[in-house]
Design a protein around this ligand. Sequence first.
Ligand SMILES: [Zn+2]
Length: 193
Amino acid sequence: MHLRSLLAAAAAASVLLALSGCGLVGGVAAAQSAGTPDRLPVGASAELGPDDGFIPVGESVALTDDVPAVTQLDSRLRDALQRAAEAAAASDVRFTLVDGWRSARYQQYLFDQAVAQYGSVDEAARWVKQPDQSKHVLGEAVDIATADAMDWLNRFGGEFGLCQIYANEAWHFELAADDTGTCPPQLTDGSAG
Ligand SMILES: [Zn+2]
């Protein structure tokens, strides 16, 4: 690979990572694959496991799985997701979760990684929320796969109360619709709210 394309790949990975404001692990994977030296594999140093809501890179869980990432979700959010998933299945769209509930220490780990990546607490806070501000830690947010599921939820999720909150996080959904199924205007990124 020529140096120029290598640099382009590294830049693309940085953009991916920058977009992962809620700490989506996929961004970490992209950075790792580009050889970013200051990112350790998630779980390697903190010994994160299923009890932290940790879902390994490249894996996902079903809404019916008996793992803390799912079972520790707010029951209203889980119910809404299940109702939406049943409706989406009629269109052959399947939901899986790449992140759900996270322990505070998992969120802290993601934040610390972001500080290492971006060089300051203030800059990191634009992309990853601290544990006391994260809806994932409260069990009130999920990161959805696949792209088809994100698209479906963007169009129909409001009927089930589910909304994309941040314009730069197509995968991140919370219960936020009003009684008419209307979602609030999206925030630019995680620092906006
Ligand atoms: Zn999220």
